[in-house]
Design a protein around this ligand. Structure first.
Ligand code: GLP
Length: 243
């Protein structure tokens, strides 16, 4: 595990974007595992700038996103497909047909999950997986549980996650209560797992996840066992860690 300390959100975003850009330069036809949430937005803006300035092309890249809310259509402005289109894909030259997000409209959960695992397998897994960190230690939408879910799975979101995500919705009741999420296996098998974390609110869970016990009660703690895990976090997020 490598920790790269950033000064603040801007610095974390710049370092994160440089890291992802390096992956794309090294392997132009790489598979990027992408994430949503407020944390990666700055890094996505930097990547779009690199594309606009002619320094980076995503023309051969495939992307496979971590998760999607059950029941939300791609044109719902709260869906993760919409988020990705708006925050990254429409600003770069990626072929939209090679961008994958779980199908939130698939009512048959088993089919939605099997289909997504088949997409992962067909692309030979992920070269670089970008991750955020939930306040309760979730990665993707893999919530605290008594085991690490292996493949793509349908999750009942915890009240704390629904609460945290309600800031993007008009009311608490309109936040979807379930999501499809990539499992821990695909994340652990990624050539590199890159997590971005910012802010004091995450300092406690960062300490717990990366200096505490490896337990499915803190899903991100499994990354301590990843062969190539890089944490780029700002000073606030690292303020409870002894580096
Ligand atoms: C959501 C996403 C996660 C993300 C988390 C943290 O729950 N499913 O992938 O890491 O939010 O979000 P934020 O970056 O806004 O704190």
């Amino acid at each position: 595990m490598r920790i790269i300390q950033a000064k603040n959100y801007e610095d974390m975003s710049r370092k994160g974007a440089d890291f992802i850009a390096a992956q794309v330069l090294l392997k132009p036809n790489c598979v990027l595992g992408l994430a949503t949430g407020s944390t990666p937005v700055g890094a996505y803006q930097r990547l779009a700038e690199k594309y606009r300035s002619g320094d980076l092309s995503f023309a051969q890249v495939t992307s496979i996103n971590l998760d999607e809310y059950v029941g939300l259509s791609p044109d719902n402005d709260q869906s993760y497909r919409y988020f990705m289109n708006e925050n990254l894909f429409r600003h770069i030259d990626i072929d939209i047909a090679r961008t994958f997000v779980p199908n939130g409209l698939e009512k048959n959960a088993e089919k939605a999950c099997t289909d997504y695992d088949a997409i992962l397998a067909a692309h030979g897994g992920i070269d670089l997986q970008l991750l955020g960190l939930g306040l309760n230690g979730h990665i993707g939408f893999n919530e605290p549980a008594d085991h690490f879910p292996c493949g793509t799975n349908c999750v009942d979101l915890t009240p704390s996650t629904i609460e945290a995500n309600s800031r993007f919705f008009p009311t608490y009741d309109s936040v979807p209560k379930q999501a499809y999420t990539m499992g821990v296996q695909a994340i652990m098998q990624a050539g590199c797992a890159l997590m971005l974390v910012s802010g004091k609110a995450k300092a406690g869970i960062v300490r717990q996840a990366f200096t505490g016990a490896i337990t499915p009660q803190v899903p991100a703690s499994v990354l301590q066992l990843h062969k190539n895990f890089v944490l780029i976090a700002d000073e606030d997020a690292l303020s409870e860690m002894k580096l």
